[in-house]
Design a protein around this ligand. Structure first.
Ligand code: FAD
Length: 287
């Protein structure tokens, strides 16, 4: 319950935050919504000597459109994703799935950038960003770079983010007309992390799948894109056999950690079920 002592910094620009990260190195941590970092500090799993609070940097918040891309500031809180007319119209998966994250109080503080940067396989945004083909803009001492969500998640709590970088924004292609989507999340209770989850973004042509991205939550050390499962449904109608083939392909890449949510066999089987449900729902929503 009692975190260790630390020095507090509240920069007003991304440049200042990057400079502070450069100054204090691995002794420093960025503080976003604080709803993963502070719990870890209270249990003394993390003991940063410097907290760099990025809540007072206006350019990190808000959602806007740039052509066919929806741009989400890294410090945008979950409730603002849910209530965003832009997301509801252009990337409805994110507005809908954010309702399944934590609870109303946590969603008033927890940010999309923090959820992704934390690199927790239990978090929902990593798989959602893979399914949406998102990319992340990172600012460091040498300027900005943009990296794809696909390839960003390296291991549990490990991402492509360098120690001196701030995630500035999340860029998501607007869904093409007629796109179907779903996020199926099995959880023990509201506000819990997924036992297994599956995000799907899909388009159809006639009665067959013409485009699909499938990603899995909390069934491996990182969120996973299930490419073999995508291949199993591409160009096909969603018959029971095709759904089963996709589920089997997704289950084949699962490496879940065994914990109080279940053993590896159960979580893997649940991942397969979530894949079937998400594919079925996304297909029904395609126009
Ligand atoms: C009760 C409870 C239930 C929860 N349930 C869920 C759930 O079901 N699904 C889910 O996905 N999450 C869940 N969470 C996690 C919650 O959404 C966190 O808020 C989120 O994981 C981290 O976001 P944050 O903004 O709070 O980041 P923080 O806790 O402030 O930071 C987390 C980490 O990310 C780094 N970081 C933050 N922002 C940036 C940035 N812009 N650039 C670079 N690094 C950055 C920080 O330095 C830190 O290392 C839950 C949390 C609680 C307390």
């Amino acid at each position: 319950m009692i975190p260790p002592s630390f020095e507090y910094h509240a920069p007003r620009s991304v440049g200042e935050a990057v400079a502070l990260l450069g100054q204090y190195g691995s002794d420093a941590k960025l503080l976003a919504g604080g709803h993963s970092l502070l719990p870890m500090m209270k249990l003394r799993f993390a003991q940063p000597a410097h907290l760099i609070d990025i809540n007072r940097i206006p350019e990190l918040r808000g959602i806007h459109e740039e052509g066919d891309t929806v741009v989400i500031g890294a410090m945008t809180v979950e409730n603002d994703l849910i209530n965003s007319p832009i997301l509801q119209a252009k990337v409805p998966l994110l507005a809908e799935a954010a309702k399944l994250i934590a609870d109303p109080q946590v969603r008033n503080r927890g940010t999309i950038g923090g959820d992704i940067a934390h690199g927790d396989p239990g978090n929902d945004h990593p798989a959602l960003s893979l399914a949406c083909n998102a990319s992340f803009v990172l600012e460091g001492p040498n300027g900005r770079r943009t990296v794809a969500a696909d390839g960003f998640f390296l291991g549990t709590y490990m991402t492509l983010l360098e120690e001196t970088e701030v995630m500035v924004e999340i860029r998501v292609p607007a869904f093409a007309q007629g796109t179907g989507w779903a996020y199926e999340k099995l959880k023990r209770k509201t506000g819990d992390w997924a036992t297994a989850g599956c995000a799907v973004v899909m388009r159809k042509s006639g009665n067959t799948v013409s485009h699909v991205r499938i990603a899995l939550t909390n069934v491996a050390p990182t969120a996973l894109r299930a490419e073999a499962a995508e291949q199993a449904v591409l160009g096909k109608a969603l018959t029971p056999d095709v759904l089963e083939a996709a589920a089997q392909a997704a289950m084949a890449i699962c490496e879940p950690a065994e914990d109080l949510r279940g053993d590896a066999e159960y979580k893997t089987a649940m991942a397969g079920q979530m894949v079937k449900r998400a594919l079925t729902k996304a297909f029904a929503r395609c126009q």
